[in-house]
Design a protein around this ligand. Structure first.
Ligand code: HEM
Length: 400
């Protein structure tokens, strides 16, 4: 059976960088997966991706990725070695539990109110200029302000906090340079030390906030200090670029379809639909990466054991077996609930999905409320087919 792997097409990263959607579409009808020229396989079809997210023959990657990049110590290494995202089984469940319970205890209405205030302040700051670069002026800032609110980062520590966060995140973008990796390690150390101090303050003040609650749950679960810190760092990593890209994607899609933008402005109950459809067309996270521990049969082909496997959300969410006219933005499509695949599935399903959705919905709601005459000046490129995705510069304008 292994022979058939030779006839599975090899897709180049360059083709995926140039046009990920049509490259995947070209292969999806004939093959359930393709091989990537840089190694590993990419699963393409919706039903396979959805099912395999909960399949124990695919395991989280543990420390394989930093080791492959030549990193065997330091904070970046610890993020993999002590984090939930890369852990399996009992270890994963123990690391995830405290964060999950502390997030569940947050009052979502209060969080949404905080987001509304933050989004309004961002628009107020550039309202008079009549134009805004959406990525740097809005979409990158809103998730940072959301996290800063959750972690009780004092105003005085903004803007150092976002600078360090985005420098750390650079490690997780496609093909980081050596300099970016070195800078990411320095920034990750600063973030970890800063969080350590925030935790100490929350302990000393006996606050009732997220951090204090998390610490109590983490103590019950006997997490080490490094595990405690790394799970918060993973919240920060997981909750920044993914939201930034999705915020830009949904705005671009809506402004490219003025009739649907006007509908959202007139009827805010459509915001959740617009968010879901925006994520379907350009998900913030490309897919989930696993390693196969056994052969897996897919449609008569064998996905061999011992490989990196990407379960591609980008491809799955445009599969025409499931989504009618998959390349068209239609926020009234009947099966929008299937777009939840953008948040993953199985044991590692996004631990902060409610928070992520709230950020995307409130971010859109405030734009629609404050700037109904918003127009797109340029359509940015969306890039990345492995981990977090990136959107290019995107200028928008409005009449004052
Ligand atoms: C548009 C927004 C978001 C998208 C598309 C998204 C997507 C995802 C996906 C696909 C996974 C599964 C990864 C895997 O199985 O390997 C995941 C997990 C995770 N996400 Fe999100 N996410 C978003 C927002 C957030 C936010 C706001 C946070 C934190 C504040 C966050 C934190 C995490 C963490 C910590 C995990 C790891 C869970 C685990 O391994 O058990 N995400 N997310």
């Amino acid at each position: 059976m292994l022979d058939n792997i030779r006839t599975i097409p090899v897709v180049s990263s360059a083709d995926l960088d140039a046009d990920v959607h049509s490259t995947f579409a070209r292969y999806r009808s004939s093959f359930p997966f393709v091989t990537l020229d840089t190694g590993g396989s990419i699963v393409l079809r919706h039903d396979d991706v959805a099912r395999l997210m909960s399949d124990s023959r695919l395991q989280a990657t543990d420390i394989a990725m930093p080791v492959q990049a030549g990193i065997t110590e330091g904070v970046l290494y610890d993020i993999f070695a002590h984090g939930m995202l890369t852990a399996n089984g009992e270890v994963h469940a123990r690391r995830r539990s405290a964060i999950s319970r502390a997030l569940a205890n947050q009052v979502l209405d209060r969080f949404r109110q905080h987001l509304r205030q933050a989004a309004t302040a961002l628009i107020d700051a550039s309202y008079e200029s009549g134009r805004l670069e959406l990525a740097s002026g809005y979409a990158a800032k809103l998730p940072i302000l959301a996290l800063a609110g959750l972690l009780e980062v004092p105003d005085a520590d903004l803007p150092a906090f976002p600078r360090d966060v985005y420098a750390m995140n650079a490690f997780f973008r496609p093909n980081p340079s050596e300099d970016a990796v070195a800078d990411a390690e320095t920034a990750a150390l600063r973030v970890r030390n800063y969080l350590d101090a925030l935790l100490a303050k929350a302990e000393a003040n006996q606050s009732q906030g997220f951090l204090a609650q998390y610490l109590r749950f983490a103590e019950d679960d006997e997490l080490s200090r490094s595990e405690v810190l790394v799970q918060i760092i993973q919240l920060i990593i997981g909750g920044t670029e993914s939201v930034r890209t999705a915020l830009i994607a949904q705005t671009v899609q809506l402004l490219s379809h003025p009739d649907q933008w006007r509908s959202v402005c007139a009827d805010p109950t459509l915001v959740a639909n617009a968010v879901a459809e925006g994520m379907r067309l350009e998900p913030g996270i490309a897919g989930v990466v696993r390693v196969s521990v056994q052969d897996i049969e897919l449609d008569g082909w064998t996905l061999p054991a011992g490989q990196l496997v990407l379960l591609s959300a980008i491809s799955a969410l445009r599969d025409d077996r499931v989504f009618d006219r998959p390349d068209v933005f239609d926020m009234l499509r009947p099966n929008l609930r299937l777009t939840r695949l953008a948040f993953g599935g199985g044991a590692h399903k996004c631990v902060a999905e409610a928070m992520g959705r709230a950020e995307l919905e409130e971010g859109l709601l405030i734009l629609a409320e404050r700037l109904p005459g918003l127009e797109l000046e340029n359509v940015p490129a969306f890039q990345g087919h492995m981990f977090v995705r990136k959107a290019g510069e995107c200028w928008v304008r409005w009449e004052r």
